[in-house]
Design a protein around this ligand. Structure first.
Ligand code: ADP
Ligand code: MG
Length: 324
C-alpha cells in the first residue's frame, strides 16, 4: 500500500507570496507572471481561478503541480513545504493535472490503456489492464477504448481519458487548466458533470482554471480573481459572483450574460488591453482601466487585500475609514 495518502491535513495547498518571473531572451526585462499570490485550498473544496488571458492562471497551475519552480514564495502541499530545495519531497501522485488540449496530453504512440497505466506504474500503483478498464468505465468510456489510440478518439473522449489518468492515483488535488474550453459546447456539460461526480464522490480538491464565470459558478465552492499575476478578489463563489466588490470582478461578471443582472445590472466595458507584465502600472495594477478610480492613491499606492461583504478585495475603496 502506498502510505502517501494517509497524511491528513485540512490544507491541501497553501501558497504564500508566490512570485514567478520568466527570463526573456537577449537580456530584455523579465516577465513577472505572478506577483505575490497567497491562496489556500482545503480538503474537498474546489477553488476557481479566473482572469483574462495572460493574467497568470496557467503559470500558477504549473507552480502548484510542480511543473514550474516559483522564483519566490512557498508552496505547501498537505502541510509540507515543497518549493525550492524541497521540490523533490513532493508526494508522487498527490497532485494531478488536466490540460486544456486533451489530445496533446496523451502519448500518441501508446494504446489508451497503456497511456493511463504508464504513470501509475511509475508511481508504484497497480497498473493492470483490469484496473485500467475500471477507470475507463468510471470515465464513461467502455473498456474497448483501451485498445484505441488518441487519434481515433474525439476531443471529449480524449478528455475523459485524461480525467481517468488524473484520478487513477487518487490524488488529493487536481489542477484543471481550462478543461472544457477546447471542447464543443455540447460536450462541455458532459465533461463538467463527470468532474462534478468525481468531486462529490471523493475528497479530492480542485484548482479549476477557467475564463468562463458560468462554468466556475457551476463547479467551484470558492473563487479567486487574478489580474496581472495578483489576486484581486477572493471569497465564496456565490458571494463573489452575485455581489462582486472589486471593480475588475464587477466588469468581468457584467460581461457574463448569466451573471450580468445579479452582478451590476449594467454592462461595464473594460477599457483598453491588460497592461504588459514586464511594465506594470504603478500603484494599483488595475487603475488604468478602473471605472471606480478614486484618485492619486490608486496611481501611487498598491492596495493590500481588505475584507469586504463578499470576502476580500485588493482595492482602496475598502480601506477602513481611519478618520472616525
Ligand atoms: P493565462 O493562463 O492566465 O492566460 P499565463 O500564465 O499563460 O496566463 O501567462 C502569464 C504571463 O506570463 C503572460 O504575460 C505570458 O505571456 C507570460 N508567459 C507565460 N509563459 C511564458 C514563458 N514560458 N516565457 C515567457 N513568458 C511567459
Ligand atoms: Mg492559460
Amino acid at each position: 500500500m502506498n502510505t502517501a495518502h494517509v497524511v491528513s491535513s485540512r490544507e491541501v495547498v497553501k501558497l504564500d507570496g508566490i512570485t514567478h518571473s520568466f527570463k526573456t531572451r537577449l537580456g530584455g526585462p523579465a516577465v513577472q507572471a505572478l506577483r505575490g499570490v497567497d491562496l489556500t485550498i482545503t480538503a474537498g473544496r474546489s477553488l476557481g481561478l479566473v482572469g483574462e488571458s495572460g493574467s497568470g492562471k496557467s503559470t500558477l497551475g504549473r507552480v502548484v503541480t510542480g511543473l514550474l519552480q516559483p522564483t519566490g514564495g512557498t508552496v505547501e502541499i498537505l502541510g509540507r513545504p515543497v518549493s525550492g530545495k524541497n521540490a523533490m519531497k513532493r508526494t508522487p501522485g498527490s497532485v494531478q493535472m488536466i490540460f486544456q488540449n486533451p489530445r496533446a496530453s496523451i502519448d500518441p504512440k501508446l494504446p489508451i490503456w497503456r497511456a493511463i497505466a504508464e504513470p501509475l506504474r511509475v508511481g508504484g500503483y497497480s497498473s493492470r489492464r483490469r484496473d485500467i478498464d475500471v477507470l475507463l468505465d468510471q470515465a464513461g468510456l467502455g473498456s474497448a477504448y483501451g485498445d484505441m489510440y488518441a487519434h481515433q478518439l474525439s476531443g471529449g473522449q480524449c478528455q475523459r481519458v485524461a480525467i481517468a489518468r488524473a484520478v487513477a492515483a487518487k490524488p488529493k488535488l487536481i489542477v484543471a487548466d481550462e478543461p472544457v474550453s477546447a471542447l464543443d459546447v455540447s460536450v462541455q456539460a458532459q465533461i463538467l458533470n463527470l468532474l462534478k461526480d468525481i468531486q462529490e464522490e471523493s475528497d479530492t480538491s480542485f484548482l479549476f482554471i477557467s475564463h468562463d464565470l458560468g462554468v466556475v459558478r457551476f463547479f467551484c465552492d470558492d473563487v479567486a480573481v487574478l489580474y496581472l499575476g495578483q489576486v484581486q478578489e477572493s471569497g465564496s463563489t456565490e458571494a463573489i459572483l452575485t455581489n462582486p466588490q472589486h471593480p475588475y470582478t464587477r466588469a468581468l461578471a457584467s460581461a457574463s450574460p448569466t451573471l450580468l443582472s445579479a452582478a451590476t445590472g449594467e454592462r461595464i466595458i473594460l477599457a483598453g488591453e491588460p497592461p504588459k507584465p514586464d511594465n506594470p502600472p504603478s500603484g494599483c495594477v488595475f487603475h488604468e482601466r478602473c471605472h471606480q478610480y478614486l484618485g492619486p492613491i490608486c496611481t501611487q499606492t498598491p492596495p493590500p487585500m481588505y475584507p469586504t461583504d463578499s470576502g476580500s478585495a485588493r482595492c482602496h475603496i475598502y480601506a477602513p475609514n481611519t478618520s472616525d
